[in-house]
Write a protein that binds this ligand. Structure first.
Ligand code: SF4
Length: 326
C-alpha cells in the first residue's frame, strides 16, 4: 500500500480565521498577563484540540458565569453572548474579556439598530447555536424571529410586513442562505438588511475553496468539530459540489483508512476553528499508507487581522494591582 499513489488536494484558504485567532490569543495573553486560572465561558472556539491546549496552560472552561469564582478573569467565547451575560459579570464586579468576533459584534449592532428604528428582526440561523443565542440575546425576548429553512419563511408570523429587517448567522452555507433570503424577500419585499447577508469572509472563502476541489477528488476530509457550524457546512458544500464521499473528522486518529483504500485523489480542508497541526497530522497519516503528492488549490488570499481588546492590553497585571475589576 505505501506504493499506492495518492494525490492530496489541499484547499486554501482553510483552517483558522481572524476571529478564531484573536479569541485564542485573548485567552493566551490573559494567561500570560494575569496567570492561571483564566476562566472561559463556553468553548472559546468549537475545537476540542484548542480547548485542551488552553486547559493545559491554565484555562478553565465553564458553561455558565455562576461557575466563575469572584476575582478571576473570565473570557466570553468568539461566538458572542447575550447582553445578559456581560450585564451579570458587571453586576458581580468580574473582570471580563469579550472574545466575540468583531464580525459577529457587527451583526449584533445592526440588529440593535433595526430594533431601535422600529423594525422586527428575522434572523437566518441554526436554533441552539451559541452565535444565534448571542445574537437573539442582544434584543428583548421575542424581538428576533428565527428562520432556519425556506419552509420556516412561509410560516413565520410577523407583526408588520413593512417593518422588517433580516440578519444572518456568520457561518451558514452561502448557497442555502441565498435560497432562504430570496424566499424572505419574495414574501416581504420591503425587508431591510445588509447588501447580501452576514456570512463572513472566512466562511465564504472556505466554501469557495471546497467547491473548487470537490469535483476533482474521490473523497474529501473536513477537519473540524461536530459542533462547528462552518465545518459542517463545508461537508454539505463538498457534497453539493459533487463529492459524495465528504466527511467531517476531528483528527487523523478518527479516519477509517480502509474505507479510503480505493481513493486516488483526496481533498482536505479544515473549518475556521481547526488548527493547521490537525491537517499536518492527517497528511502524515496518509504518507504512512500511500505514496503522497500534495497540491494546494488556492482560491483566495486572506490578510484579515483583528486587534486584541483594549481591556486586555490596558489591564493592570496582578503585580500592578490585579484584575479584581475592570
Ligand atoms: Fe469571525 Fe467568521 Fe471566524 Fe466566525 S468564522 S470567528 S465570524 S471570522
Amino acid at each position: 500500500m505505501p506504493n499506492t499513489p495518492l494525490t492530496i488536494l489541499l484547499a486554501a484558504p482553510r483552517g483558522f480565521c481572524a476571529g478564531v485567532d484573536r479569541a485564542i490569543q485573548i485567552v493566551e495573553v490573559a494567561l500570560e498577563r494575569f496567570g492561571p486560572p483564566v476562566y472561559v465561558r463556553h468553548e472559546i472556539v468549537h475545537n476540542r484540540f484548542v480547548v485542551q491546549s488552553l486547559e493545559a496552560k491554565g484555562a478553565v472552561f465553564v458553561d455558565e458565569l455562576t461557575q466563575v469564582p469572584d476575582g478571576v478573569p473570565v473570557v466570553f467565547s468568539a461566538h458572542g453572548v447575550p447582553k445578559a451575560v456581560p450585564a451579570e459579570a458587571e453586576r458581580r464586579g468580574l473582570f471580563y474579556l469579550d472574545a466575540t468576533c468583531p464580525l459577529v459584534s457587527k451583526v449584533h449592532r445592526e440588529a440593535e439598530r433595526h430594533h431601535v428604528e422600529g423594525r422586527q428582526v428575522i434572523l437566518i440561523g441554526h436554533a441552539g447555536h451559541p452565535e444565534v443565542i448571542g445574537t437573539m440575546g442582544q434584543l428583548p425576548a421575542g424581538a428576533v424571529l428565527l428562520v432556519e429553512t425556506v419552509e420556516d419563511v412561509a410560516r413565520v408570523a410577523v407583526a408588520d410586513p413593512d417593518n422588517l429587517a433580516f440578519a444572518t448567522q456568520t457561518t451558514l452555507s452561502v448557497d442555502e442562505t441565498a435560497g432562504i433570503l430570496a424566499a424572505l424577500q419574495e414574501r416581504f419585499p420591503a425587508i431591510a438588511g445588509p447588501r447580501k447577508e452576514d456570512i463572513c469572509y472566512a466562511t465564504t472563502n472556505r466554501q469557495q475553496a471546497v467547491k473548487a476541489i470537490a469535483p476533482q477528488v474521490d473523497a474529501l476530509l473536513v477537519l473540524g468539530a461536530p459542533n462547528s457550524s462552518n465545518s459542517k457546512r463545508l461537508v454539505e458544500v463538498a457534497k453539493g459540489a459533487g463529492c459524495t464521499r465528504a466527511q467531517l473528522v476531528q483528527r487523523a486518529a478518527d479516519i477509517d483508512w480502509s474505507a479510503l483504500a480505493d481513493v486516488r485523489r483526496l481533498g482536505i480542508t479544515a473549518g475556521a476553528s481547526a488548527p493547521e497541526v490537525l491537517v499536518e497530522e492527517v497528511i502524515e497519516a496518509a504518507r504512512a499508507r500511500f505514496d503522497v503528492t500534495v497540491e494546494q488549490v488556492r482560491t483566495a488570499t486572506e490578510d484579515v487581522v483583528f486587534k486584541l481588546p483594549k481591556a486586555l492590553t490596558d489591564a493592570p497585571t496582578p503585580s500592578q494591582g490585579g484584575v479584581a475589576n475592570a
